[in-house]
Design a protein around this ligand. Sequence first.
Ligand code: C2O
Ligand code: CU
Length: 528
Amino acid sequence: MNRRRFLGIGASVLGAGALVAVAVPSAARLFAEGRPGRLLSSGLDLPEAFRVPLPVPAVLKPVRTEGTTDYYEITQQVARLEILPGVKTEAWTYGGSFPGPTVVTRSGRTTVVKHRNELPVPSVTHLHGGHTPADSDGYPVDLLLPVGSSADAAQGASGMAGMPGMPGMHHAAGRNVVGERSYTYPGKQRAATLWYHDHRMGFTGPGVWRGLAGFHLVQDDEEGALPLPRGERDLPLMIADRSFAADGSFSYPSSDPALGEPGVTAAYANGVLGDVILVNGAPWPRLDVDRLRYRLRLLNASNARLYRLELDPQPVGGDALVQIGSDGGLLAAPVAHDGIEIAPAERFDVVVDFSRYEPGTRVRLVNRFGSGRTAEVMCFDVSAKQVKDDSSVPDRLATVEDLSASAVVTTREFTFRRSRTDGWIINGEPYQPGQSIATPALGTVERWRFSSDLHHPVHVHLDHFQVIGRDGKDAGPYDAGWKDTVDLRPAEAVEVLVRFTDYAGAYMLHCHNLEHEDMAMMADFTVQ
Ligand code: C2O
Ligand code: CU
C-alpha cells in the first residue's frame, strides 16, 4: 500500500459506477446498495458477445501416484493467449493457460503440487477453501522466487522487499525458496469446488488479474453416489472481469506499473472492475446444451466485482438455479433460486435443467448488478435433440453437521473498515505478517462477528464456517452451507460459527476484494 497516495482518496470510495447508477432518494439506500469498485475501460473495441465457444480448462494429470499420494506439477509461466478474438494478451499463467489446469483430487488422498516459478515475479500459491497445514497454505510472505533468483534473495527479508510504505512489515521474513516449491494438501475434507490462486503479499490483485487462478475440485464417495449431472455436464465456470489496453495487454491501475510497490491508484482503491466479462478465460462465451440437467460450478474470480446471476429468460415457474453446494461442498438439501448474488471468491454449485426450455431457446446468463456489457455473462443455446436425462437432484444431498451456537467458547469481533491513513484495516490495524489478532484453540467452536463499513467479502483460511445471522436476524439466502467467504454488506454485521481442526499454526482472514487485500485488509490468527 502506498500511504501517501491513500491520503488522497477522499470521498471517491464508492466508485463512480455506484454513485451515478442509482437515482435513489435516500443516501442510506445508496450506501446499502453501493457496490465496490470503479470501472476501468478497455482501450480497444470489445468483441461481440456469444461468439466464442465456452472453453473448459483441461484436467491436470498426476505425474505419479504412490500409495495414498498423488503428485502434480505446475509451471508458472508467461504465455501469450488469444483471449479476445484476434488479439494477443500476455498472461501470467499456471501451466500456460488461463484459467490454469483443473486439479481434481479425491477426499482422503494426499495431493502434492510442485509449483515451478518461471514468471518474472515471486509468487505464492494458496488453495482457497483447502484444509491445509500452515506451511503449505500460501502464507503471503512465503515466496516462491523465480527460477534463477539468487540464494541471497531467498534468505533476505525479501517478503517485504519493495514495500517501504508498510510500517513494521519489513521485519517479517517469509519462508522463501527459489525456483520450486511443493504444496501438500492432505485431503482431509469433503467434496467441494475449491480454487487456487496467487496470494503474494501486496500483489495478489495484479497477479490474479493477469491470470493466476485455476480450479481444484475435491471429490468423495458421498457425492459420487448421487445421480447428479456428471462428465461434460459438470462444468466449472470461472467468472472474472478484466480490462485490456489498446495493445491487447491486461490493463490494471497499479500505482507502480513496475510492481515494485503494491497498491492501485487512488481512484481504484475501492476495487478494480473490468469491462470484459470472461468465463473460463473467454469473453461472453456460448455453449450448446442439450435439454438435460447441467451442474454449473460458479466461481467469482473477479478482483472486486459482485454479480447477481440470473438466467434470461427465466423458465416458466422460476427457480432456475437449484443450488446444491456452497464454498464447502454439498448442502444438506437443494435450495432453488431465481438469481444468485456472488461476491469475489465465493462458489455456488447449481443445477440447471435446460429441458425446462423449448428447443432452440437462447438462454443468457446475465448479471443484474451490471450495466451495458457487464450485464451479460454467457449464453446457452438449447438444442432440439431428443435426449433422455439420467440425472436428478435428490431432496437429500448430504449429511451436513450443524455447528451449534450453544457450543461457543469464545466470541470475537472483527471490524473491516477503511482508514484515512492506513488503507483498508481490520480491527483498526493494517496487516502486519506475524502479528496474530486471535488465537482459537483446535476443535473448539467460536462465534466470529464481522462488521463492515462497505461491501467486504471476508475469507477465512483453514476451515469452512457457517453463517448464523446478519444484523441479529437470520442468515441470508446465499449463506447456506459451509462457507469460506461471506459478503458483508455496508454497515452490516455477520455472525458465523467457526471451528478449526487438525492443523495448528498461523493462518489468515482477509477481505477478498483483492485491491482491499493488497492494501492491508488482512490479519493473522494462530490456531493453537
Ligand atoms: Cu482466495 Cu486468502 O484467499
Ligand atoms: Cu474489502
